[in-house]
Design a protein around this ligand. Structure first.
Ligand code: SF4
Length: 436
């Protein structure tokens, strides 16, 4: 017999309007330990092979990108840093000329570049530089061969996943308007691994949902059109600016949990299916095999994770979705869900699936949160790289949250891998305990 359809859909279940607000999350405004938005270039540059990300920054930015991404580059990189040294205001005109020269040299050497993205950073010289204007000026010079745009990945303004949000939001003004008589279409916003994107594309096709476009597209020339006939499904929870920009162009946001685990993926697909009038019978026929595969794959990890207590430090903004998956599908207990930001509307469907007894915190005050974590002594702490080593030294098993962004984890066929990411550090801690 088929498992019952996951009960959440935009059509049948009213979404709690502001569950995080009614729960009164702990709001923290202290020191935070999160990478800056430049870090997202590490996955963005792989997604659009004909785009190039030129960071306008300092030696610190160059070192961050080198050390964070250096080990992952096997071909000629599609990002670089134009290092801006200290200079006074009088030197700003030269700075524009210098930037122009760097761009000319780059485009002459790399004729395959179709989109050049100027990425701002924190040094005061860069803040003074109007990168938007620079992109306009350079865009006029190099159009139509190269599209130019800019956004800020500065650590003052962005955490690491917000870098992706800023990039996607910068793409929105460049998207063409949909035709007057355009049929309903779907845009899935948020970087997904190609393999995951292909799986979703096949499912949407089998459901008869289309045309479907993914943002970002795989090439600079394939930006989808947008307008009032566009339905918008977010694949990532950290896309506040992007969603706002797309809604500003008329797109209608579909409320759904995020496609993590069997339940999240089912509810996410169901939101699209309901918006396109797909019958429940057809939905079940298309998704049942994938749901069964996901349940089987996840069940393998349940003995390792059931009853384990997890603590989430704020890092990727994926924390509420991860906690929902681990709690509902693996029987984990959640000691605290920390997230750098809680977007009330986008996260409402996630919080509707979590018990309201779980403490939630927004922002960070790292010392206080460390105290709470130490008091809890969780079985597994999900946190940024900077906190992981000290916590391991205190005997706490940890999971780097940045791995969850790099690894394909969305969709039915990745649900087992997602569970495995949390099971492995626990197994390792067990082995260390018994000295294997
Ligand atoms: S953008 Fe700011 S936080 Fe990020 S590497 Fe550069 S200086 Fe550091």
């Amino acid at each position: 017999m088929n498992a019952p359809l996951f009960p959440r859909s935009t059509a049948t279940v009213p979404v709690t309007p502001d569950p995080a607000g009614t729960r009164q999350p702990l709001r923290q405004r202290g020191q935070r330990e999160v990478f800056c938005g430049l870090t997202s270039i590490i996955w963005l540059h792989r997604k659009m092979p004909d785009a190039f990300f030129l960071i306008v920054g300092s030696r610190t930015c160059a070192h961050l990108m080198q050390s964070a991404a250096g080990v992952m580059i096997f071909a000629e990189p599609r990002f670089a840093t134009a290092v801006i040294d200290e200079r006074d205001l009088a030197g700003m005109a030269d700075l524009h000329e210098e930037l122009d020269r760097v761009v000319e040299r780059l485009l002459a050497r790399r004729p395959e570049i179709r989109m050049l993205v100027l990425v701002g950073s924190c040094p005061s010289e860069v803040i003074k530089l109007d990168l938007g204007k620079a992109a306009e000026r350079l865009g006029a010079r190099h159009a139509p061969a190269v599209r130019m745009l800019s956004y800020s990945g500065s650590g003052i303004e962005t955490t690491f996943t917000e870098g992706e949000d800023r990039f996607l939001a910068a793409l929105v003004p460049q998207m063409p308007a949909e035709a007057q008589d355009a049929p309903p279409s779907l845009i899935v916003a948020g970087c997904l691994a190609d393999v995951v994107e292909d799986q979703f594309r096949r499912i949407f096709e089998a459901l008869g949902i289309g045309p479907v476009a993914f943002l970002p597209p795989r090439s600079a020339g394939a930006l989808p059109s947008v307008g009032p006939q566009t339905r918008l499904l977010l694949a990532q929870p950290y896309l506040a600016e992007t969603a706002r920009a797309l809604q500003g162009r008329g797109a209608q946001l579909l409320a759904a949990p995020f496609p993590l685990g069997e339940q999240g993926t089912t509810a996410w697909l169901l939101a699209a299916a309901d918006a396109f009038g797909v019958t429940r019978e057809r939905f079940a026929a298309v998704t049942d095999p994938g749901r069964a595969r996901a349940r089987t794959a996840v069940a393998r990890y349940r003995p390792m994770l059931e009853g384990k207590r997890l603590f989430f430090f704020p890092d990727s903004q994926l924390e509420p979705s991860m906690a929902r998956f681990l709690h509902r599908e693996l029987g984990c207990e959640i000691a605290e869900i920390g997230s750098p930001f809680l977007h009330r509307t986008h996260l409402a469907p996630e919080f509707a699936l979590l018990p309201d007894t779980i403490p939630i915190s927004e922002g960070q005050d790292v010392d206080r949160q460390l105290d709470r974590c130490r008091a809890e002594r969780p079985d597994l702490t999900v946190c940024g790289m900077g906190l992981a080593n000290p916590l391991e030294a205190e005997g706490l098993a940890t999971k780097w949250s940045i791995e969850l962004v790099f690894t394909p984890v969305q969709g039915f066929d990745q649900a087992g891998d997602l569970a495995g990411l949390f099971a492995r550090p626990l197994q390792r801690a067990e082995r260390l305990k018994v000295g294997i």
